[in-house]
Design a protein around this ligand. Structure first.
Ligand code: KIV
Length: 273
């Protein structure tokens, strides 16, 4: 099905109202050119802190700063006409207190013009989510696998296999829903649990490594485009294979420069007669 044409930008309230009506299409975007290319096809674009790993080669998202998120948020906003744009609060910018979270979330909204912020966490972040949403900041939650907690959880593995783990994810998702988030990412969670949580919540769930039954799906755009090829988790599908195309273009360019066949005279400027 082709993407329907929109006349104005999608808001967080419109995303929330899509639950039970139509699947919510989301991708990450970090730059103006990619935002321009994918905007028309998406309901929501996330300026995810995954940019630390995808664009900057970091080993985790822990080193990503507020300044990086604001700079990339501004870039994405310059390329968007349709989608709702949400910017991640990076590690260390919101966990200390609800006041710290408000200050940094407000800065992101003011300096980028985006529509809301995403933060990771469940029960322990519910008070913060409620503080932000009751003061005018739309919040996108994130439960299940939380990459910012990699240093305490010890890695990237799918969660919810034990009763204890599943119960915690259930409570986290419910707490974020009750706190007033407009939607919640469920990441890296066993399929039946993600399905069950989707049915139980009043807000949309956006799955990544979760379930086809989630109210929407999100992928990292570089993964989906086949650009980030260092490893391919099970939940990623390449809808294009751009990595070999980029590499081949660079090889062809290098060969032409070395053979002095590029640039040709048609690529040069001549004096006017
Ligand atoms: O940072 C990110 O890109 C994310 C998505 C994978 C949900 O949090």
């Amino acid at each position: 099905m082709s993407t329907p044409t929109r006349t104005k930008r999608t808001t967080p309230a419109m995303i929330e109202a899509m639950k039970g009506k139509q699947p919510i299409v989301s991708l990450t975007a970090y730059t103006t050119p990619i935002a321009r290319l994918i905007d028309a096809h998406c309901d929501l674009l996330l300026v995810g802190d995954s940019l630390g790993m995808v664009l900057y080669g970091m080993e985790s998202t822990v080193g990503v700063t507020l300044e990086m998120m604001i700079a990339h948020g501004q870039g994405v906003m310059r390329g968007v006409k349709n989608a709702c744009v949400i910017v991640d609060l990076p590690f260390g910018s919101y966990q200390e207190s609800k006041e710290q979270a408000f200050r940094n979330a407000a800065r992101i909204l003011k300096e980028t013009g985006c529509d809301g912020v995403k933060l990771e966490g469940g029960e322990e972040m519910a008070e913060t989510v409620s503080f932000l949403t009751s003061r005018g900041i739309p919040v996108f939650g994130h439960v299940g696998l939380m990459p910012q907690q990699v240093n305490t959880t010890g890695g990237y593995r799918s969660l919810g296999r034990s009763d204890k783990e599943a119960d915690k994810i259930r409570r986290d998702a419910r707490a974020i829903d009750n706190a007033g988030a407009f939607a919640v990412v469920i990441e890296g969670t066993i399929e039946p649990l993600a399905r069950e949580i989707t049915a139980a919540l009043s807000i949309p769930t956006i799955g990544i490594g979760a379930s086809p039954a989630c109210d929407g799906q999100i992928l990292v755009s570089d993964d989906m485009l086949g650009l980030f090829n260092e490893f391919k988790p099970r939940f990623v599908k390449h809808f294009a294979e751009l990595a070999p195309i980029v590499s081949k273009a660079a090889e062809d360019y290098a060969a032409e420069v070395r053979a002095r066949t590029f640039p040709g005279m048609e690529h040069t400027f001549q004096p006017k007669r």
